[in-house]
Write a protein that binds this ligand. Sequence first.
Ligand code: FAD
Length: 397
Amino acid sequence: MGQGYFVLGNGGAAIHALKAIRVAGYTGELHQISDDSGRAFNPMVAPYFLSEKTGWDTCFPFGENFIEEHQIIAHHGDKVVALDADSSTISTASGKVFSYDKCLIATGARPVMPPIPGLAESRYALPLREPETAKKMLKSLSTASNVLVLGASFVGVKLAEVFLKKGIRVVLVDIASQVMPQGAHKHAAQHVETYMSSKGIDIRLSCSLSRVDDVPDGAICHFPDGTTEKVDFIAVSAGIRPNLDFLDTEQVNIARAVCTNQFMQTNKPNLYAAGDVCESFDRLSLSQQWMGTWGNACYQGRVAGMNMAGSATRYAGSISQHVSPVFSWIYMQIGDALREGPAVKYEESGDPFTGPYKIIIYDDDVVVGANLINNSIDLAWIKKEINKGLGLQSEVV
Ligand SMILES: Cc1cc2nc3c(=O)[nH]c(=O)nc-3n(C[C@H](O)[C@H](O)[C@H](O)COP(=O)(O)OP(=O)(O)OC[C@H]3O[C@@H](n4cnc5c(N)ncnc54)[C@H](O)[C@@H]3O)c2cc1C
């Protein structure tokens, strides 16, 4: 018999799970362990906070009194350093050992630092994930005139825009040959790249840094061709890695992230995982995938919480979707726009510089994904077509 239910982490997945556990009727001891303190942070809002479009409070969407209202025993500011899934025990950095009846791993992910000499040690390399890094970046922005954004991910593209609009010179660098390499078809990405360049962002693709050297007032970024850029800071947006170092891979199944079933359960029946730390069901590929989005994290957390409290709930899976303003454009990605294979075709129409644009990806004549720019009209039927291909006509994505 353990000390009750435990939720590890303090992000969207953890908070939705804690809430669901109580809503589903569990009245026993409910513990939360997290290495951060205070209110749960939504990193997705951070770029809007940096642009000063939203205030600091908007980054904390769950209210001041969440812990008290849900009768949670909070162990904040303490890091989980080991989880023994055989004995159902958790050890923390402060030396505490807890024994759980059921536990949810919702420890999210952290930014990756590409292996560029001098980058990880640089005082001017700033990834954006936690409240402290958001505040640090805002402070640096107040005096910055040159910034390098490392990684043209969705986040990198957004940050480049935010910085440019503050009058800062921006160099956007990615080792990939296109912007938004994780989700955008290369034709749509080319339009976004041309548009961002026209706004004044210096975009360098198929390119990385060979070294970073700190100087007293910034960092010197060295390029492989021998040129350099002196910048006030480097915004690192080069991908994420799940926080699962405290798990034993002999005990818990891990692929790219923690493996879960449709109940968000790991291979251990009393151990669950949700959010960026886990892989979950992707409706399009009908396989386990690492999703890494806010909506999925919250949904998975809710499902895990319901199941922990004994209310059997299946995670229906999701189809990847991303909508983002890029200057005055609206960029959308739905499904798998990167699909490759002998039966893959695409249909492209419109010009985003003058009107709506779309590129639709077909596999074996079935719609599997699309990128739309300034085109909300086509979104509904494309979603319907993707679902139709999955035999899910009656469901809304
Ligand atoms: C800048 C930025 C912009 C983004 N924009 C979008 C967007 O436009 N759309 C979208 O859908 N998604 C976006 N995302 C992704 C989205 O924010 C994440 O998918 C989501 O926040 C994941 O939630 P989570 O609860 O799984 O993890 P997290 O929010 O990472 O929370 C993990 C929690 O676990 C704690 N923790 C970690 N390790 C330990 C440990 N060992 N012991 C104890 N506690 C630990 C952390 O402190 C944290 O409280 C963005 C992310 C970033 C960083």
